[in-house]
Design a protein around this ligand. Structure first.
Ligand SMILES: *Cc1c(COP(=O)(O)O)cnc(C)c1O
Length: 435
């Protein structure tokens, strides 16, 4: 088998040699891996020539499709000068330009860009920076964090401590720093924006002296099941944390770069900037690993001193990788040159219209949309619904990975209304026969 370029050979070799993420490997004895040979726009192609619509943007990272000519060209061009150089003590053109442009696009006052390679590391950086900045100001007792119920901020030990997803967290609980969770505004669970804000306020009334920061996923909580909430909560949370002297970390790792209809979800709050903005996923259009924490002037000032140990002595080997920064710059060029945010407004409406028949399906409940994310719950779903649906969707040429009984569609911004209508029809047909 080895050497033959078929699905069967690659999935067998992968099962033997690769330990796949977020996976019980034994399940792949019955549910085959999908070896992907190539990508083209919103489509992925396997080694047997079957095509799949990448309706989850390859884990929420892809914005403009696979093998986009401008992104391909930008990375190739960067290879002609520099692939990578260490960022401690050195700098380079793409990292400077990217930092300037991110600061100009982000909510005002977030002018200090710190880089890493993945989202969880961005969370770690924001948590450490928040704690350390309080420490540098003589407030070392401010060392716990608050997150929202159902939060997801990544799976490293620090990030997991502010993540409220039992399946990912419970086994590691003995390793995790104890933090608090407060309610998420969620009309489906009868939690109003006002009630959630009051609960945060009450928590900080008691614990502000020992709390460094609140961390939130603005507008949409992704990994715990696409909970969408009103932007008013963000404005209230900003006012409440400011009043209590607690930082606010906006984790826009998933929501950033146009996903929720604006460049950053935070813009919809109409509130002063958070203290930290975490970015990753779409930042390189789904091409290369890169993450960034934008920090406020006030936070930055807490580290700026003669004492070395008062600096932020955190690093990753690939911090500020030049190829990744070049890809990110090309992504920002696309947003500018193709007026993507405005174009997406029309596309989001077209997607909604295309999915209207699906929204009316008798098994579909709480059909909802926030910008370029559509989600719904499936009524009466059996326990292993997510796995069953994934396999059925794959057979129908769709890459969709439900979270429990929540199905979501979060495709690249190049999926047409026609493709979305096709997806809606195929999904409805699957739901017709869902056990
Ligand atoms: C995906 C995600 C992360 C973690 O990013 P990784 O690159 O997977 O480590 C953190 N926060 C949010 C909101 C995410 O969606």
């Amino acid at each position: 088998m080895a050497g033959s370029d078929t699905n069967a050979s690659w999935l067998a070799r992968s099962h033997a040699a690769v330990w796949h993420p977020c996976t019980q490997m034994k399940l792949h004895e019955t549910l085959p891996l999908v070896p992907i040979a190539s990508g083209e726009g919103a489509w992925l192609v396997d080694f047997d020539g079957r095509r799949y619509l990448d309706a989850v943007s390859s884990w929420w990272v892809n914005l403009f499709g696979h093998r986009h000519p401008r992104l391909d060209a930008a990375i190739r061009a960067q290879l002609d000068s520099l692939a990578h150089v260490m960022l401690a003590g050195f700098t380079h053109r793409p990292v400077v330009e990217l930092s300037e442009r991110l600061a100009a696009l982000a909510p005002a006052g977030l002018g200090h860009a710190f880089y890493a390679s993945d989202g969880a590391s961005a969370t770690e950086i924001a948590l450490k920076m928040s704690f350390h900045s309080w420490h540098n100001r003589g407030r070392a007792e401010k060392r716990s964090f608050v997150s929202l119920a159902g939060s997801y901020h990544g799976e490293t030990v620090g990030a997991l401590a502010v993540t409220d997803v039992a399946l990912f967290r419970d086994v590691y609980a003995p390793l995790l720093h104890a933090n608090a969770t407060v309610p998420t505004p969620d009309p489906r669970r009868g939690v109003s924006v006002e009630a959630a804000a009051a609960a945060l306020d009450a928590h900080l009334d008691r614990h502000a002296a020992t709390t460094a920061a609140l961390i939130v996923e603005p507008l949409v909580q992704g990994a715990s099941g696409m909970t969408m909430y009103d932007a008013r909560y963000l404005a209230l949370a900003r006012a409440i944390t400011a009043r209590h002297g607690v930082h606010l970390i906006a984790d826009e790792i998933m929501t950033g770069f146009g996903r929720t209809g604006t460049m950053f979800a935070w813009e919809q709050a109409g509130a002063p900037a958070p203290d930290f903005l975490c970015l990753s996923k779409g930042i390189t259009g789904g091409y290369l690993p890169l993450s960034c924490v934008l920090a406020s002037d006030d936070v930055y000032a807490a580290f700026y001193a003669d004492e070395v140990a008062q600096g932020f002595l955190h690093s990753h080997s690939y911090t500020g990788n030049a190829l990744a920064c070049a890809a990110a710059l090309a992504v920002l060029d696309l947003f500018r040159d193709e007026d993507v945010i405005v174009r997406n407004r029309g596309l989001a409406a077209a997607w909604r219209a295309s999915l209207a028949p699906l929204a009316a399906h008798p098994r579909v409940r709480d059909f909802r949309q926030c910008g370029m994310i559509v989600a719904w719950e499936v009524d009466g779903a059996r326990r292993d619904f997510a796995r069953w649906f994934f396999a059925e969707a794959l057979a129908a040429g769709l890459l969709l990975r439900p979270i429990g009984n929540t199905v979501y569609v979060m495709p690249p911004y190049v999926v047409t209304a026609t493709e979305m209508a096709m997806l809606g029809e195929r999904v409805a047909a699957i739901l017709d026969r869902a056990p």
